[in-house]
Design a protein around this ligand. Structure first.
Ligand SMILES: Cc1cc2nc3c(=O)[nH]c(=O)nc-3n(C[C@H](O)[C@H](O)[C@H](O)COP(=O)(O)OP(=O)(O)OC[C@H]3O[C@@H](n4cnc5c(N)ncnc54)[C@H](O)[C@@H]3O)c2cc1C
Length: 294
């Protein structure tokens, strides 16, 4: 393995200026579960690793809800998110996703920010956060900016971060009342394997608990970037929701996805599974709304 120098800045500003001075020879590291694998495999060879683990002051909050908006630090580990009672009770889709990332050991160190910046089409953290209309905050030498997470992904392994920028926070706007959501990772096994598909559905119902007022249908490994099936979403919105309608939305999502053949599964099978899993996750989201209102 190539040797590198490990730098431990004590603030975000120091991290950014270290990155600035070392240029392309430097790489940020958070939990290291992606970076270290790539270095070992020779896919990445930085001279400097700049740790983000100590840039936070003692008052840093990893997960907080304010006026209905959920703020999650990019440096929150998957395990912190999984163990948050707020996430368990209100953001089921996110809980469904993070609880099956890797193993407990991986989730104890791997961060949600690292998962998003890594930007693989199978990133389990991305799909639920897109379904929740999350925004990301970014800090760099030119200051702070924010954008919708769905626009952050540019291609496989590529995200909209300029040289030296740090992803600092993810914010989720308040949920509509009567919202339910669910995520499933489909593969040969749920843990310790790249999924063949990731499917997340979020549904908000009207006061009569019948008509869909908002729908999100989000797919992983179904396109070069995490993907919103917007035709399926439009189809659902305004309709009285039942199993048949969800099955139809699933078929629409399958058609609009851009699945392809790979060693983990062929395109036609993936498309069929999008249809099956959108319906299944839609029904689970409805079940969860019913549980809330009981
Ligand atoms: C055994 C194993 C199993 C895994 N299973 C899964 C799985 O089931 N699902 C899944 O989605 N992933 C899985 N992964 C991948 C990985 O664990 C996740 O993507 C993880 O969330 C990455 O976070 P990290 O903090 O370890 O990132 P790091 O490895 O530290 O960094 C990843 C990338 O992001 C950059 N980076 C990190 N944080 C920031 C930041 N705040 N701002 C700017 N750049 C940053 C780094 O420079 C690097 O390019 C697995 C990995 C392993 C080794």
């Amino acid at each position: 393995m190539k040797k590198f120098e490990y730098l431990v800045p004590k603030s975000l500003d120091e991290a950014i200026s270290l990155h600035e001075s070392h240029g392309d020879r430097a790489k940020y590291i958070a939990g290291g579960t992606d970076v270290m694998v790539k270095i070992k495999e020779g896919k990445m060879a930085p001279d400097y690793l700049i740790s983000l683990k100590h840039v936070l002051n003692k008052d840093h909050v990893f997960l907080k809800q304010e006026n209905g908006e959920l703020r999650v630090s990019a440096l929150a580990t998957h395990r912190m998110i999984e163990n948050s009672s707020l996430v368990v009770t209100q953001y089921s889709i996110l809980h469904d996703a993070v609880k099956n990332i890797g193993s407990v050991q991986i989730r104890n160190v791997a961060t949600i920010g690292g998962n998003l910046v890594n930007a693989v089409p199978s990133a389990d953290g991305a799909i639920p956060l897109i379904a929740l209309d999350a925004k990301v905050s970014i800090l760099g030498t030119k200051g702070r900016r924010s954008m919708d997470l769905v626009r952050f992904f540019l291609g496989p392994g590529q995200c909209d971060l300029e040289h030296g920028e740090i992803l600092t926070e993810i914010t989720i706007p308040p949920l509509l009342p009567r919202t339910g959501s669910a995520y499933v990772k489909h593969g040969r096994r749920e843990a310790m394997e790249l999924p063949m598909l990731g499917v997340g559905v979020l549904i908000s119902l009207d006061e009569n608990l019948k008509t869909c007022v908002k729908a999100r249908v989000c797919l992983g490994v179904a396109a070069p970037t995490p993907f919103r099936a917007m035709i399926a979403e439009e189809f659902l919105e305004g309709k009285v929701i039942n199993e048949e309608i969800l099955a139809e939305a699933g078929k629409i999502a399958g058609k609009e996805s851009r699945v392809r053949d790979s060693i983990r599964g062929v395109a036609w099978y993936r498309r069929e599974m999008v249809a099956v899993l959108v319906k299944r996750m839609g029904l689970k989201a409805l079940e969860r709304i019913e549980q809330q209102s009981n």
